[in-house]
Ligand binder design. Structure first.
Ligand code: SF4
Ligand code: MG
Length: 392
């Protein structure tokens, strides 16, 4: 297997009136072609900002302030090599080193995203079938003319925050019979019954689960290399949730596409993913295969997330798996110690010396940002959470 995406040193900040929010700090992420990679963490840990950074969907006052997003795409690499030689390294293109219009042109065709809320992906006044057909046509034109990197926008007053509407639709309504047929195929692919009739319905005529399926169809219309799913099932009831996850698994198995799955739900991760990164305070703190992270985790935060930490129980038997909160990332500097130290039941003096770097922890893929990757926990050097001040 080869890497499809290499995110290196990514930092994304929001410059708000109240100060600077370092939502993602120096984040590294490698996603292999054909895998389902999970990113898990509490809300506020920077998962969605990571996804939106990859999609180039960070809006003012936010900005990507550093790093590289390197995407393996030989066609793109040769198309941009003359104009942006510094952005190209072999088959990889650093998307942060090419103009925005090139990044935009990849949305929907190289990278697609599905969200918790499918309404935001559809224009309520256009039938589902027609919107899918338009998405298909965007892809057709992109593949007919791979060197074309102009933004494909259709001016639209409509703004529900949907990148799809602002970037994927062609500048003129232009739906061929062929695209319409493909739209119906897509509806069928995602398990919509009576797709021919359903294609002519408007988004509000779909149930929540059906609209979720239609959103997946829309994301697949451009045959993306990478599908980013941000909490794709969080808003659905458990039965529908399971059906949608099964659908994503089946589609992944059929098409071999790569999925980046973002969720706070470890059950979803366990069910879907090959590898997983655990995110805390804007950084990945532990990453590895499913079994590395579920069975052989090293980072106390992972342990806390899994709810299996006897030390956390000792710390007061709270119902919350991990006492304290994700630090407010407002004016939060990386500082010179571990980000998790003030919540960590195993914090030691060593943890105050510098922020831990990734260290190998056993198997090939397993890496942890924690002194415990290399050092045994030593109670005699322990610093209780109280050391850092009031936890709650
Ligand atoms: Fe806890 Fe120290 Fe590991 Fe940070 S480095 S997670 S404080 S043990
Ligand atoms: Mg989120």
């Amino acid at each position: 297997t080869e890497d499809l995406l290499r995110v290196e040193g990514l930092s994304t900040r929001f410059f708000t009136e109240n100060g600077q929010v370092n939502a993602v700090s120096d984040l590294d992420l490698r996603i292999e072609r054909g895998e389902v990679y999970g990113v898990v963490g509490e809300s506020g840990s920077g998962k969605s900002v990571t996804a939106r950074s990859i999609m180039d969907l960070i809006e003012s006052p936010g900005r990507i302030t550093g790093g590289e997003i390197r995407y393996r795409n030989p066609d793109l690499a040769s198309a941009v090599a003359d104009d942006y030689p510094d952005a190209v390294d072999g088959e990889f293109v650093d998307l942060l080193a090419v103009p925005e219009r090139i990044r935009r042109s990849l949305r929907g065709t190289s990278f697609s995203m599905i969200f918790q809320d499918p309404e935001s992906s559809f224009n309520p006044s256009i039938t589902v079938g027609e919107q899918l057909a338009e998405a298909v046509e965007v892809q057709r034109r992109a593949s007919a003319n791979p060197r074309s990197t102009r933004a494909r926008t259709r001016s639209s007053e409509y703004s529900l925050g949907s990148y799809v509407l602002s970037t994927m639709l062609p500048s003129k309504r232009y739906v061929t019979e062929e695209s319409r047929e493909r739209a119906i195929e897509l509806l069928e692919l995602v398990g919509i019954p009576d797709p021919i009739e359903r294609a002519d319905e408007y988004p509000h005529e779909y149930s929540g689960g059906m609209l979720q399926r239609a959103m997946i169809a829309q994301a697949l219309a451009g045959e993306p290399d990478l599908l980013i799913a941000d909490e794709p099932t969080t808003a659905l009831d458990v039965t529908i949730q399971a059906q949608i996850l099964d659908l994503l698994s089946d589609l992944q198995a059929e098409t071999g596409m790569t999925i980046l799955l973002i969720t706070h739900n470890l059950g979803v991760i366990a069910r879907m993913c090959d590898r997983v990164g655990v995110m805390y305070a804007g950084e990945i703190v532990e990453r590895g295969t499913l079994s590395d992270v579920f069975d052989d985790h090293v980072h106390p935060y992972t342990e806390g997330l899994l709810g299996s930490s006897p030390d956390v129980d000792r710390a007061g038997g709270r119902l919350e798996p991990i006492p304290g909160n994700v630090p407010s990332l407002l004016d939060h500097e990386m500082g010179d110690r571990c980000q998790f130290a003030d919540r960590c039941p195993k914090a030691m003096e060593d943890c105050l010396e510098h922020p831990p770097e990734f260290d190998a922890a056993g198997s090939a893929h397993h890496e942890v940002r924690c002194v415990l990757a290399q050092t045994e926990y030593d109670e005699s050097r322990a610093l209780p959470p109280e050391y850092f001040g009031e936890v709650d």
